[in-house]
Design a protein around this ligand. Structure first.
Ligand SMILES: [Zn+2]
Length: 270
């Protein structure tokens, strides 16, 4: 999965006063795209030839810190890319650092002013939060919990495809947690809404931070009766079928929780 980067390590703890050095990375976002070097990596201050002063600390990947900057004059060795490029950037820990930086950069860019009273928001020294000195409103980075559910029965698993999306590979039942729900409630509701199936039991599998959609994905394995007729939600899905594990296709692609769960079921290890 995207966070499986051992022996590399993400240090996300907040350090308001950490001073940047020229070998740290400078994150510049413009029009939703991020500035990268020729290897599709986030450039260092040294590469860009700019001073690391007054940059906003984001996190460290191993010994390299990432800082948000607001401006840079970059030459032909640099280009702006859509954040989706980090799905395939190698080495993998650089891609994970890149998309994590994008999510945090968006948090700072989208919360310059208080949405209640309009006053400018300020960072706190003690934790990663933006707050309003006028009305006291606080804003934390947005992380939306969602579930991914492998609905299984013996040798069968429910595979789906989303309707109306470019993403055409097989998926699993998935959906966001609503207000007032536990993730277990979400599992039961989403399985029923998307497939018409009734969950008999479930267990937690693993989780995955997914900064592409500012989501925290919670993987569950649920059991249902494969003789029960699937009633697909045609607004959400273009495909939903019980598939025998021997008929699961080679599902190559990005290092996602969905992919890991489908392959683990095929191989009998889910
Ligand atoms: Zn305010």
């Amino acid at each position: 999965m995207i966070q499986d980067i051992y022996p590399h390590e993400l240090h996300i703890g907040y350090e308001y006063h950490r001073s940047a050095t020229e070998t740290d990375c400078a994150v510049l976002i413009q029009d939703g795209k991020i500035l990268l070097d020729e290897e599709n990596h986030v450039p260092t201050f040294l590469q860009l030839g700019i001073s690391p002063e007054n940059a906003t600390y984001l996190f460290m990947m191993d010994e390299t810190a990432y800082y948000l900057i607001e401006n840079a004059v970059a030459d032909d060795h640099f280009h702006f890319e859509q954040p989706g490029t980090f799905r395939t950037v190698e080495p993998r820990h650089m891609g994970f650092a890149g998309i994590t930086a994008v999510q945090l950069a968006n948090f700072y860019h989208r919360n310059r002013f208080c949405s209640t009273c309009g006053a400018p928001l300020s960072p706190r020294e003690s934790e990663r939060v933006l707050y309003c000195k006028v009305c006291g409103r606080t804003v934390y980075p947005r992380i939306s919990p969602a579930v991914i559910v492998a609905v299984t029965d013996g040798d069968y698993i429910v595979l789906t495809r989303y309707a109306g999306r470019a993403f055409k590979r097989y998926a699993l039942v998935a959906g966001y947690c609503e207000v007032g729900e536990t993730p277990e409630d979400t599992v039961r509701r989403e399985v029923l809404e998307e497939t018409g199936l009734h969950v008999k039991s479930m267990r937690y599998y693993k989780s995955q931070p997914w900064s592409f959609s500012e989501t925290l994905l919670l993987g569950f394995v649920a059991t249902a009766d494969h003789l029960e007729q699937i009633k697909m939600d045609e607004n959400e899905l273009s495909y939903a079928m019980w598939v025998h594990r021997k008929d699961i296709p080679d599902y190559m692609g990005e290092a996602s929780l969905t992919r890991e769960m489908i392959l683990a079921f095929r191989d009998g290890t889910l």
